[in-house]
Design a protein around this ligand. Structure first.
Ligand SMILES: NC(=O)c1ccc[n+]([C@@H]2O[C@H](COP(=O)([O-])OP(=O)(O)OC[C@H]3O[C@@H](n4cnc5c(N)ncnc54)[C@H](OP(=O)(O)O)[C@@H]3O)[C@@H](O)[C@H]2O)c1
Length: 340
């Protein structure tokens, strides 16, 4: 049996941060924000949605009204310097991540920054350097990493039940609107499928192997001004990795991860959003097992992990060098696919 004991989230009474209120400022009235922040916050009495800002104040006002955000800040600058905000959630396009994360940290705020972290590793480096200089945190919103599903996978790999890792195959697809105003279709905003989805599949490979990619070969299909399908092969240590990401209109929505060692393998359906349905098939020398991993939403797991880490001062796996290294890996895949 897979040991899920260590994958449980902390129960009531065990959370040292439970009596403190975290005041969140929402940078952008983004589509992802209800799922990432509003819904999970409503499940916990210790989080205040303090303020929201949008380029258009009327849009921010409508968002605040609909989602119960306490105040509307008069623009991005006012939001990141808001005296009653502890944590800024940056859900702007990737091209605006570095600038506003740095401003927020310089104003004394911690930041939860949406993926992909930045446009390049150089930008990521500047963001992390600001965190070190100011003593503030900038955490990348790789929500899946905080769900019991991924904890189970990490524990399984560490247990040695798969033997020595040999191969990982990761795929992720989601049809993205062909509207030219969609940020994922605008290169200057950080669009393209490598940035939007490849950031996850690369992160899975790096995290599971504990190694950075080398010997990268990649090929992309271009639609308009961005890549809408991409395949890459690379080595992470001794593990041969392959990733496929697609956002073209014909792709089925979903994600899959195959992890193979010399003594076993596990195939996972929906490692990205396991709370929306998942399954795994584990095959080892001693037999096979099918199952699913239950838990809160990945977004709730993430928010609780961020809150605890901020109050305890403990590091998270999706910040610091990890964010720089993931962006460096994406830079390398971009170059290998001639997307520069
Ligand atoms: N973690 C996840 O599962 C997940 C899922 C989806 C998205 N994301 C990430 O979250 C971020 C936002 O994604 P989203 O789908 O929520 O995007 P979105 O709503 O289309 O855009 C986010 C915000 O960016 C600003 N924006 C949009 N288009 C712009 C443009 N053409 N020029 C300048 N600013 C523009 C808007 O700010 P104003 O409100 O100020 O107008 C908007 O609210 C991205 O980094 C994305 O990768 C993460």
């Amino acid at each position: 049996m897979i040991d899920t004991a260590q994958t449980q989230t902390q129960g009531p009474g065990q959370d040292p941060a439970q009596d403190r209120v975290l005041r969140i400022g929402l940078l952008g009235a983004a589509r992802i924000t209800p799922r990432a922040i509003i819904v999970p916050s409503a499940l916990h009495g210790d989080i205040d949605l303090m303020a929201v800002a949008a380029r258009d104040r009327a849009k921010a006002e409508a968002f605040a009204e609909e989602h119960g955000v306490l105040t509307v800040a008069d623009g991005y600058e006012a939001l990141v310097t808001h005296p009653e905000v502890d944590l800024v959630y940056n859900a702007l396009p990737p091209s605006s991540h570095a600038h506003w994360c740095i401003k927020a940290m310089e104003a004394g705020k911690d930041v939860l920054c949406e993926k992909p972290f930045a446009m390049t590793a150089d930008e990521a480096q500047a963001m992390v350097a600001t965190a070190r200089r100011t003593g503030k945190r900038v955490i990348e919103a790789f929500h899946y990493r905080y769900h019991p599903m991924f904890s189970m996978l990490m524990a399984l790999v560490a247990s040695g039940r798969l033997g020595a890792l040999e191969h990982i195959s990761a795929s992720l697809g989601s049809p993205i609107s062909e509207n030219p105003r969609e940020l994922r279709r605008i290169k200057a905003l950080g669009g393209g499928v490598l940035m939007d989805m490849g950031c996850y599949t690369m992160h899975w490979c790096r995290t599971l192997t504990g190694h950075e990619p080398s010997n990268i070969a990649a090929e992309a299909h271009i639609s308009g001004e961005v890549d809408d399908a991409l395949g890459a092969e690379f080595m992470c240590g001794n593990v041969a990795c392959a990733m496929t990401v697609r956002m073209d209109p014909d792709v089925d929505r979903g994600s899959e991860l195959l992890i193979e060692g010399n003594e076993g393998r596990i195939l996972v359906r929906n490692p990205l959003a396991p709370d929306r349905g998942n399954s795994y098939l584990l095959e080892t020398l001693t037999g096979s097992e099918e199952g699913e991993i239950n838990g809160p939403t990945t977004m709730e797991c993430q928010l609780m992990a961020v809150k605890r880490a901020l109050y305890e001062g403990t590091p998270l796996p999706t910040e610091g060098a990890d964010s720089i290294n993931n962006m460096r890996a994406l830079d390398q895949v971009r170059a290998a696919a001639n997307l520069c």
